[in-house]
Design a protein around this ligand. Structure first.
Ligand code: GLU
Length: 412
């Protein structure tokens, strides 16, 4: 069997991380089976249509390299197809008109069942609980329930991996497949992702889009790895997986049937692991892409800064925060009279240093701290406006004597 999966987002907004995880699982499953993964835009809800949503959907998949078949289908361009199949149901006396819309006649006795691939659960709905549902709206557009089934059939989808919120729609879908005499795909309904407070994801934690994470300085491979582990557990202690490793071992039986919890601390940890695993050159490239201003620094400065920050940042954004002094974008220090006096001492001592290296600088800083009974945080404050940051002696060494002195000069 040629395995085919799909992600069929509705362009009603920017997909959040849960939708993107669904796309990732469909992708991994298809690739594991040498099958195909396609993207279909389900844009038949003209009321909730958001013009830029499709662009965001494509940008997310593109950034994460969740590659899909080139031929993107849009349901709004396939209206005639749905009409044709609606007509077929009418001919079979399986539909009727109601207030300008067309409804499908659901069976009223018996039950609709399937074995869901997540946890191999038997799911049953009594047909008497099901209503005849609209397949074509009065505006002539098909409903999700109808167009989705027609397209999954025509696009030869073998496995439908989607959020568990669609379980209640599945009996409708199954009855449509039966009405047409089509093969029913395997359904795998993924448990919804919860926030750390065990509630549905809110904007605060995780109902953000992959693009938000990108803009917050998360690496795509870290985000993919983290998303995959939201519900997929291949066993053992390993937590870091490359995409090709995931493809190799991805199996529906390893998807948990309980809801995963989105843990932002874990995501930060994972991002940090990925940052540390990059070569200095790779990290430099990522940082320059994220922060184009970085290319304005002398190359020599950047090359020294990278290894210094590498073990100290959890996100690319933190690089910006920690290196403001190099760009002159740091806050101006608001110093007390004593701190100003210390600044003058610092200046005169550092001015005399010929051998500008971090050991020598550290000696001087220590001297100043001991003499004035202050701690490093005050020195940070003097130089950067903040009370902590990258190790100060190394930072000053990279910054160079002239720049370091000019900062102090502006203050005193
Ligand atoms: N258009 C639906 C959505 O936006 C697709 C659900 C499905 O996968 O069947 O999530």
């Amino acid at each position: 069997m040629n395995i085919r999966t799909r992600i069929p987002p509705s362009p009603t907004g920017i997909p959040h991380i849960g939708n993107t995880r669904t796309a990732l699982f469909n992708y991994l499953f298809a690739k594991h089976n040498d099958g195909e993964f396609i993207l279909r835009i389900e844009d038949t809800d003209r009321v909730r249509f958001v013009p830029d949503a499709e662009k965001a959907i494509l940008e997310i998949l593109n950034w994460l390299e969740i590659t899909h078949g080139k031929n993107i289908q849009r349901q709004s361009e396939r209206i005639e197809i749905y009409k044709k199949y609606a007509k077929e149901l009418k001919e079979k006396n399986l539909s009727y008109e109601d207030n300008g819309a067309i409804r499908f006649k659901m069976p009223k006795t018996g039950s609709t069942k399937w074995i869901d691939a997540i946890g191999n659960k038997n799911i049953t709905f009594e047909n008497k609980t099901q209503e005849d549902f609209v397949i074509i709206k009065s505006d002539g557009f098909p409903t999700y329930n109808f167009a989705n089934v027609i397209d999954d059939h025509l696009m030869e989808i073998t496995h439908v991996l989607r959020g568990e919120e669609f379980i209640s729609s599945t009996p409708k879908h199954i009855q449509l497949y039966k009405a047409f005499g089509w093969n029913i795909p395997v359904f795998a309904h993924l448990p919804v992702i919860l926030g750390p407070d065990k509630q549905k994801l809110s904007k605060r934690h995780g109902a953000k889009s992959a693009l938000d994470y990108r803009d917050d300085g998360y690496l795509k491979d870290a985000l993919i790895n983290y998303m995959a582990l939201l519900g997929w557990n291949p066993g053992g202690d390993q937590e870091i997986y490359s995409v090709s490793e995931m493809i190799k071992i991805f199996d529906l039986k390893d998807i948990n049937s309980t809801s995963p919890i989105f843990d932002p601390v874990k995501l930060d940890w994972m991002n940090q692991q990925y940052i540390q695993s990059k070569s200095n050159n790779q990290l430099k490239k990522l940082l320059v892409d994220f922060y184009p201003d970085l290319s304005k620094l002398p190359n020599e400065t950047t090359e020294k800064l990278i290894p210094l920050v590498k073990s100290r940042i959890k996100t690319l954004k933190e690089f910006k925060e920690q290196t403001e002094i190099f760009f002159g974008t740091n806050e101006k220090s608001n110093l007390s009279p004593t701190e100003k006096r210390i600044t003058i001492t610092l200046f005169s001592k550092l001015e005399k240093v010929n051998d500008w290296n971090n050991n020598k600088i550290f000696e001087i800083l220590k001297e100043v701290m001991n003499q004035n009974k202050i701690r490093m945080n005050i020195l940070y404050k003097i130089f950067t406006g903040k009370e902590r940051g990258l190790p100060l002696p190394e930072t000053l060494e990279i910054l160079g004597k002239e720049k370091a002195l000019s900062i102090l000069n502006q203050i005193k």
